[in-house]
Design a protein around this ligand. Structure first.
Ligand code: ADP
Ligand code: MG
Ligand code: MG
Length: 887
C-alpha cells in the first residue's frame, strides 16, 4: 500500500527531508529543519501523490489515509502532550498547502484548527489569556469560512469593522476578550445564514474539511493562472501539511515574522525582514498592521521609530540569527523564512530558497562563490538567464528632472513608466492594446496576478517589503513601489489622489522601484552599466561555454550595444531594412518596378553607395569579427508604393508613366508571398540585385581594412535555398563581384559564402548543399514555419489554444520544437559535416536568444548562436549552463 503520510518534528524519522517532489517544498524543508535540530512544531505531511490520486478518484480519499492521518495526529499529540479536541487542553493545528515550487499566496492555509465552543474555554484556561483564546477562535472561524466553506469574506471583515466602530476603536489591539467573543457569535450567525448549517464543532470534521480544501485549492482558477504563467505542470499537485500551532499572538513577548538571510532586492549579505509583536501568521504579509524591521540597521536607515526585533527581543533575535546561518550553510542558498515567537521561544515555520531580483541573484551567486559556500559553476547555474533581462534595460536618468509625487517602499527595483490603471482586467486589456501600464492598487492579491503580469510596474498604497505585491513583482521582474501611504485610491471614481493632486486612469506616471519614488509623467532613462557582479559572473560563464555568441543586428548602434554586451560577431545582418529608409525607398521602388535589367541597373546604381555606406559603418564597429550578411530576402511587393504621391515620386525618378508602374505593381501581386518570389529566388531572377549587394559588401570591407587595418570577415549568406544549384548560381554572382572589387582595390579580404537552412529540403539535402556552401546558418523562424506549415504571422489566432491544450509545450516560434524542427537541424548538421569537415554552423532565428533552444544548439554541436543585442548576455549565460549540463 502506498504510504501517503510523513511525520516530522519530535525526533520522527520518516525520511521526508529534502524530498520536494513528494512532500512539496514546505513539507520537505519542515522535515529538513527538524532533522538538523532546529525548533519546528511537530506535524505531518500528506504527499503530493495523494493530491493526484484524489483527483483521479473523483475527489474522495482512500480509507488507508484515515488511518495514516490518525497516526500522524497521534504523533503530534505525543510530542506536544496535548489532545486534539480535548476540552481541557486542546491541541490546535494549522493545515497548510505546499507544492514542489512555491506559489506565493496562490494556495490556502487554515490556522488554529481544533477550536470550538468547548476547546476555546480550555485554551483560555491553559494560556491564562482569555483575549488570546477568543482572538484565535475568531481568526479560525473567519479563515475556515473563507477557505473551506467558501463564504463571502467581506461580510466577516464588515462585522469586525462595525464592532470596532461601535466601540470607538481604531485598531484590533483595542479589542478585548469580550469583544472577540461577541464577534465569534456574529461570525457563527453569518456562517449559518450563508452556509445553511452551523459552524462545524467536531474537530475531525474541521480537519478533513481543511485537508480537502487545501487539495482543492490546487485546482482554483488563480492557481491555474499561476501555473500557466510559470510553466508548472498540473500533475505535480500540492502536499498538505498538518502542524501543531504555535502562537505569536500570546502577548508582548510573542511575535511573528518573515525574513530573508540576505537582502532579496539587492543581494547584500545582511539579514532582512519584518516582524509584528503579538500577531499571528498572515498579519505580516496581509498589510493590516505596518510591520517593524528585523534589524536595528534597517530601522535606522528607514528612520522608523518602532523598535526592531534586534532591539526589542535581543535574545530571541540572536537565536534567530544563529538559525539563519545554519540554514544558509545547510541549504547553500539564500533562505526565505517564516518564524513565530511564542512567549520568548523561537519556532521555525518555513524555509525555502528565496525569490530574488536579478540583481540580487547575481550578487548572491557571486558572493556565495567567493565565500566558498558554492562553486563558480554552481554560481553560473544559479542565475536564470532570462532574469538578466531586468538588468539589461535602462534605468532612470539621474540627471533628468523629476516631479516626485510621493515616495513608497522600494519593493522591486527598476524603473517603469506607463499609464495608470486601477484594476487587473484593465491592465491586461490596455496592455493588449499596446499601452504601457502601471497597475495602481490599495494592495494586491492573488486575483491580480494577470494584471501584474500585463503591467510594466506596480504601485500599492499598503503593504511592506514582503507584501504580496512586493514578492510577486520581484519574482516577475516588474518594478514595484509598495506601501506608498500618501496615495488615496478611489476605485469607484477611478482617481488617484496624492495630497492635493489628482490623477485619473490613463495619466502617465513613472515609478522607481529602486528608490521608491513615484513621479509624474515619463522620466527619461539611461543604459545600464554592466560591471561588478555582472561582469564577474559573465567572465565565469565565458570560461566554461563552448558556443560562441553573436548578435542579430543591422545598424551600427545595435552593433555597438551588442559588442558592449559581449557579442563575438554578427550572426544575421538583414539588408532589407536598409532599403526602407526614406532616402532610398524611391530608388528601391524604381528598381523593382523596372521593366528590364537596364532599368533595374539604373536604380541599383543609385543604391550602391548607400548600401556601401551601411556596411562601412557596421564593419567599423565589428572590425576583426565575422559579420554574416544576408542578401535581400523578402517578397518584392513589400516595397511597393501605396499612395498616389508615392507612385508619382517613383514615376518621376524612373522617367515612366504612373499607369505603367501601377500595372507592374499589379503583376507583382502574390497569393502566398511567404512561399513566393523571395529569398534567393530574387537573386536567381534578378542577379544584378545580389551583385550590387555583394559589391557594396566587398568595397566597404576593403575600405575599412585600409583605414583601420582590421578587416571584418564578411560571411555572405544566401536565403531560402532549397537546392545546391541555387546556391551555386548565387555563389558565382558573389565570387565574381568579389574578384572585381579586389582587383580594383588591390587587396583581398577573407570571406565566406554560405546559406541559411530554412527549408526542410535544404536540411535533408545538406550534404549536397555543403559542396558549395561554406557555412550554414539555421534560420529557425522560417524553418519552423515551413516544417510545421504554420504561418508565424497568422498563428496568433490558434497558438495560445495549442499551448493551453498541450499540443505544443511552448510557442514553437519562441522555443524551438526540438523534436521536429530540431531533428531537421540534426540531420543537416550531420550531412553538412560529412561533406565539408569543419563547416561553420550557427543559428540566427529568434531561438538563438532562448535558453532552452540554446541548450539544444549545444547538444547539436553548433558553433554559435546569434541573438538580438539585449539577449546577448542571456545567451552567454545560457550557453555556459548548457555546456555545464552537457558536462
Ligand atoms: P503560505 O504558503 O501562503 O505562506 P503558510 O502555510 O506558510 O502559507 O501559512 C500562512 C501563515 O501562517 C504563515 O505566516 C505561517 O508562518 C503561519 N503558520 C502556519 N502554520 C503555523 C503554525 N503551526 N503555527 C503558527 N503559525 C503558523
Ligand atoms: Mg508560508
Ligand atoms: Mg527566413
Amino acid at each position: 500500500m502506498t504510504k501517503y503520510v510523513y511525520r516530522f518534528g519530535g525526533g520522527a524519522n520518516d525520511g521526508g527531508a529534502g524530498n520536494k517532489n513528494l512532500l512539496g517544498g514546505k513539507g520537505a524543508n519542515l522535515d529538513g529543519m527538524a532533522s538538523i535540530g532546529l525548533p519546528v512544531p511537530p506535524g505531518f505531511t500528506i504527499s503530493t501523490e495523494m493530491c493526484t490520486r484524489y483527483y483521479q478518484d473523483g475527489e474522495v480519499f482512500p480509507d488507508s489515509l484515515k488511518a495514516e492521518v490518525a497516526d500522524g495526529l497521534a504523533h503530534i499529540e505525543g510530542v506536544t502532550g496535548k489532545k486534539f479536541g480535548d476540552a481541557a487542553d486542546p491541541l490546535l493545528v494549522s493545515v497548510r498547502s505546499g507544492a514542489r515550487v512555491s506559489m506565493p499566496g496562490m494556495m490556502d492555509t487554515v490556522l488554529n484548527l481544533g477550536l470550538n465552543d468547548a476547546t476555546v474555554q480550555g485554551l483560555a484556561q491553559v494560556s491564562g489569556d482569555e483575549r488570546f483564546a477568543w482572538d484565535s477562535y475568531r481568526r479560525f472561524v473567519q479563515m475556515y469560512s473563507d477557505v473551506v466553506l467558501g463564504l463571502d469574506h467581506d461580510a466577516f471583515e464588515e462585522a469586525l469593522e462595525i464592532m470596532k466602530e461601535d466601540n470607538g476603536f481604531f485598531s484590533d489591539t483595542e479589542m478585548e476578550a469580550k469583544h472577540w467573543k461577541a464577534l465569534v457569535g456574529e461570525y457563527k450567525t453569518l456562517v449559518e445564514d450563508q452556509w445553511g448549517k452551523p459552524f462545524p464543532q467536531d474537530v475531525h470534521d474541521q480537519l478533513w474539511g481543511a485537508i480537502s480544501a487545501v487539495f482543492g485549492s490546487w485546482q482554483s482558477e488563480r492557481a491555474k493562472v499561476y501555473r500557466r504563467l510559470n510553466d508548472i505542470p498540473a500533475e505535480w499537485g500540492t502536499a498538505v501539511n498538518v502542524q501543531a500551532m504555535v502562537f505569536g499572538n500570546m502577548g508582548d513577548t510573542s511575535a511573528t515574522g518573515v525574513a530573508f538571510t540576505r537582502n532579496p532586492a539587492t543581494g547584500e549579505n545582511v539579514y532582512y525582514g519584518e516582524f509584528l509583536i503579538n500577531a499571528q501568521g498572515e498579519d505580516v504579509v496581509a498589510g493590516i498592521r505596518t510591520p517593524q524591521y528585523l534589524t536595528k540597521a534597517a530601522r535606522e536607515e528607514a528612520n522608523a521609530k518602532p523598535l526592531s526585533m534586534e532591539e526589542a527581543m535581543p535574545e530571541t533575535y540572536a537565536e534567530l540569527a544563529r538559525v539563519f546561518d545554519i540554514l544558509e550553510t545547510h541549504y547553500r542558498d539564500m533562505q526565505d523564512i517564516e518564524f513565530t515567537v511564542e512567549r520568548g521561544k523561537l519556532w521555525m515555520l518555513q524555509t525555502r530558497s528565496g525569490k530574488r531580483t536579478a540583481k540580487a541573484a547575481l550578487r548572491i551567486a557571486v558572493e556565495m562563490a567567493s565565500e566558498g559556500l558554492i562553486t563558480e559553476e554552481e554560481a553560473i547555474a544559479r542565475v536564470d538567464p532570462m532574469a538578466l533581462d531586468q538588468l539589461l534595460h535602462p534605468s532612470l536618468d539621474p540627471s533628468a528632472t523629476r516631479d516626485v509625487l510621493t515616495k513608497g517602499l522600494p519593493a522591486s527595483p527598476g524603473a517603469a513608466s506607463g499609464i495608470i490603471v486601477f484594476d487587473a482586467d484593465t491592465a491586461e486589456r490596455r496592455n493588449e492594446m499596446g499601452d504601457a501600464v502601471i497597475l495602481v492598487r490599495i494592495e494586491t492579491s492573488p486575483e491580480d496576478i494577470h494584471g501584474m503580469h500585463a503591467a510594466r510596474g506596480i504601485l500599492t498604497a499598503r503593504g511592506g517589503m514582503t507584501s504580496h505585491a512586493a514578492v510577486v513583482a520581484r519574482g516577475m521582474g516588474r518594478p514595484c513601489v509598495s506601501g506608498a501611504g500618501s496615495l488615496s485610491i478611489d476605485n469607484k471614481e477611478r482617481v488617484l489622489r496624492i495630497g492635493k493632486r489628482e490623477l485619473r486612469e490613463g495619466d502617465t506616471i513613472t515609478i522607481d522601484g529602486t528608490s521608491g519614488e513615484v513621479m509624474l509623467g515619463e522620466v527619461p532613462t539611461v543604459q545600464p552599466e554592466l560591471v561588478g557582479d555582472f561582469g564577474v559572473l559573465m567572465g565565469w560563464a565565458d570560461k566554461v561555454r563552448r558556443l560562441k555568441v553573436r548578435t542579430n543586428a543591422e545598424t551600427p548602434e545595435d552593433c555597438r550595444v551588442a559588442r558592449d554586451f559581449g557579442a563575438e560577431g554578427i550572426g544575421l545582418c538583414r539588408t532589407e531594412h536598409m532599403f526602407f529608409e526614406a532616402s532610398r525607398i524611391t530608388s528601391v521602388r524604381q528598381m523593382i518596378l523596372a521593366e528590364d535589367e537596364a532599368g533595374r541597373r539604373a536604380a541599383l546604381e543609385k543604391l550602391l553607395p548607400e548600401q556601401r555606406g551601411d556596411f562601412h559603418s557596421i564593419f567599423e564597429v565589428m572590425a576583426g569579427l565575422p559579420v554574416t550578411i544576408r542578401l535581400l530576402d523578402p517578397p518584392l511587393h513589400e516595397f511597393l508604393p501605396h499612395s498616389e504621391s508615392e507612385f508619382a515620386e517613383v514615376a518621376e525618378a524612373a522617367g515612366v508613366g504612373v499607369e505603367v508602374l501601377k500595372r507592374r505593381a499589379n503583376e507583382l501581386h502574390e497569393f502566398n508571398p511567404m512561399l513566393g518570389h523571395r529569398g534567393c529566388r530574387l537573386g536567381v531572377t534578378y542577379p544584378e540585385i545580389y551583385e550590387m549587394q555583394a559589391r557594396a559588401i566587398f568595397e566597404a570591407a576593403c575600405d575599412v581594412a585600409e583605414k583601420s587595418g582590421a578587416a571584418p570577415i564578411p560571411e555572405v549568406m544566401i536565403p531560402l535555398v532549397a537546392t545546391k544549384r541555387e546556391l551555386e548560381l548565387m555563389k558565382k554572382v558573389v565570387d565574381t563581384a568579389a574578384e572585381l572589387v579586389f582587383a580594383e582595390k588591390g587587396r583581398r579580404i577573407e570571406y565566406l559564402v554560405g546559406t541559411m537552412i530554412e527549408l526542410p529540403r535544404a536540411a535533408l539535402m545538406a550534404d549536397e548543399i555543403a559542396e558549395v556552401g561554406e557555412f550554414f546558418s539555421f534560420g529557425t523562424n522560417d524553418l519552423t514555419q515551413t516544417t510545421l506549415g504554420v504561418s508565424r504571422d497568422d498563428a496568433g489566432r490558434f497558438l495560445t489554444q495549442y499551448v493551453d491544450k498541450g499540443i505544443f509545450a511552448r510557442d514553437p516560434f519562441v522555443s524551438l520544437d526540438v523534436e521536429g524542427v530540431g531533428q531537421l537541424i540534426e540531420i543537416a548538421v550531420e550531412k553538412g559535416r560529412k561533406t565539408r569537415d569543419g563547416i561553420k554552423l550557427g543559428i540566427c532565428g529568434e531561438h538563438g536568444g532562448d535558453p532552452a533552444s540554446i541548450a539544444f544548439c549545444e547538444q547539436a554541436g553548433l558553433d554559435y548562436v546569434s541573438a538580438s543585442p539585449y539577449r546577448v548576455p542571456i545567451a552567454r549565460l545560457a550557453a555556459a549552463q548548457a555546456a555545464l549540463k552537457k558536462g
